[in-house]
Design a protein around this ligand. Structure first.
Ligand code: HEM
Length: 147
């Protein structure tokens, strides 16, 4: 018999709903942000060697990236509902507010990048989309380290 203050040894750490939530948020962030970085590196090469493949590549990426973005928004709100943000410092709420505004700006910039035929809009939209995603990623790390 084990006494009250001694727990039975566990083989490994038990999975929890919290860890599943963070796993899904991070997996989707990896696809959304990492995908943009990889595509940004591939496109200039592809433009030279196979320009006709650019549209198909961009469309194939969009079919993976936008569902990942939807998972980010859903698990992002799930994060908020699972955190008592009123009990946290105002700096947490301000950081979260900036993060949500940047998510909206990043989404609009990425839509403009994909939908516009104008080269300048494509370049600026793509740059804002990627930059905002990187800042959003970092703000997420700040939020998780404050809880
Ligand atoms: C482009 C979109 C997004 C990216 C790249 C992103 C990225 C991240 C990252 C990397 C973390 C750190 C995870 C951890 O270690 O705990 C995080 C945490 C967090 N994110 Fe996001 N996120 C995005 C969208 C959102 C949205 C839309 C919301 C809210 C509506 C949100 C709310 C949160 C919250 C509250 C945390 C802290 C979770 C915790 O540790 O309790 N995120 N995010």
């Amino acid at each position: 018999m084990l006494s009250d203050n001694k727990k039975a040894p566990r083989l490994m750490i038990s999975p929890t709903l919290d860890s599943l939530r963070i796993f899904l948020h991070l997996l989707a962030a990896a696809v959304w942000v990492g995908g943009q970085i990889v595509l940004g590196g591939l496109v200039p090469k592809l433009r030279k060697s196979h320009p006709e493949a650019l549209t198909t590549t961009a469309q194939a990426f969009a079919r993976i990236a936008w569902p990942a973005f939807a998972v980010l928004v859903i698990t992002g709100f799930w994060n908020i509902f699972d955190t008592d943000i009123t009990a946290l410092d105002t700096s947490y709420q301000v950081t979260l507010g900036i993060k949500i505004i940047l998510v909206a700006i990043g989404a609009i910039a990425t839509v403009a990048h994909s939908a516009s035929p104008d080269k300048r809009v494509k370049a600026i939209g793509g740059a804002i989309g990627l930059l905002s995603s990187l800042v959003i990623f970092y703000l997420g790390i700040l939020l998780s380290s404050a809880v």
